[in-house]
Design a protein around this ligand. Structure first.
Ligand code: 13P
Length: 249
């Protein structure tokens, strides 16, 4: 059975005090649920956030990591460093990393291999730009992103992977993919994985939707059979909206 997951990606928001306030409020308002709850604060907040939440069903995850284990890479963070502060999962391939920091499928393949080598779980983000969708290339773009970075890993390593479909045109724009558009792509992603790795692996991988998920649209998205949760940006910054999204699943 695949897992239901709601993950908050804070991007470059919240300092230490703000993160602390958020987790205090989240813990106070959290109800028992089978949904896995994850939050990705900035690197500077990881250790403290991990300590604050370690007795609660909240997993603190990282937003990025480098593809090498160590070396002269000023400003970068390794899987081992993340693990040393309690982090077991990282977001890889977010479209903001691809667009603003030049991350390529080839580099992401190295990050994927590095994560697996370090037994680090990861949320692997894929998504097409508006021009791809307008040109009707969106399925090809998604298939290539999967193929170029993920499809050389071995079957046993799929246990480390959660996929997140985040259409770039829906991120931070207020424009969400319709539940039907999202379901169509999630089904395609699952089928593409099944074609290479078989049905069992495809049926067990959680595929999250991301892009302007809000309390108002979450329920309809989660009703789709291939949507297993969400990767939430803006609406994960406030406990009230984050909790409402968790309750919608
Ligand atoms: P928004 O929810 O702010 O559109 O961001 C989505 C996202 O990029 C999550 O990783």
């Amino acid at each position: 059975m695949r897992k239901k997951i709601i993950a908050g990606n804070w991007k470059m928001f919240k300092d230490l005090a703000e993160a602390n306030d958020f987790f205090k409020e989240l813990i106070e308002n959290l109800h028992e649920s089978k949904t896995e709850i994850m939050v990705a604060p900035s690197f500077t907040n990881l250790w403290h956030s991990f300590q604050t939440t370690r007795d609660y069903p909240i997993e603190i995850i990282a937003q990025n990591m480098h593809e090498e284990n160590y070396g002269a890479f000023t400003g970068e963070i390794s899987a081992e460093m993340l693990k040393s502060v309690g982090i077991q999962r990282v977001i890889l391939g977010h479209s903001e990393r691809r667009l603003f920091f030049g991350e390529t499928d080839e580099q992401l393949k190295k990050k994927v291999n590095c994560a697996i080598h370090n037994e680090m779980h990861f949320i692997f983000c894929i998504g097409e730009e508006l021009k791809d969708r307008n040109a009707n290339h969106h399925f090809t773009v998604i298939k290539n992103q999967l193929k170029n970075s993920l499809f050389e890993i071995s079957e046993k390593d799929w246990k480390y992977i959660v996929v997140a479909y985040e259409p770039v045109w829906a991120i931070g724009t207020g424009e969400t993919a319709s539940p039907e558009q999202a379901q169509e792509m999630h089904q395609f992603i699952r089928k593409t994985i099944a074609n290479v790795y078989g049905n069992e692996i495809a049926e067990n991988v959680s595929i999250l939707y991301g892009g302007s998920v809000k309390p108002e649209n979450a329920k309809q998205l989660f009703q789709q059979s291939d949507i297993d949760g969400a990767l939430v940006g803006g609406a994960s910054l406030k406990v009230s909206s984050f909790i409402k999204i968790i309750q919608a699943i």
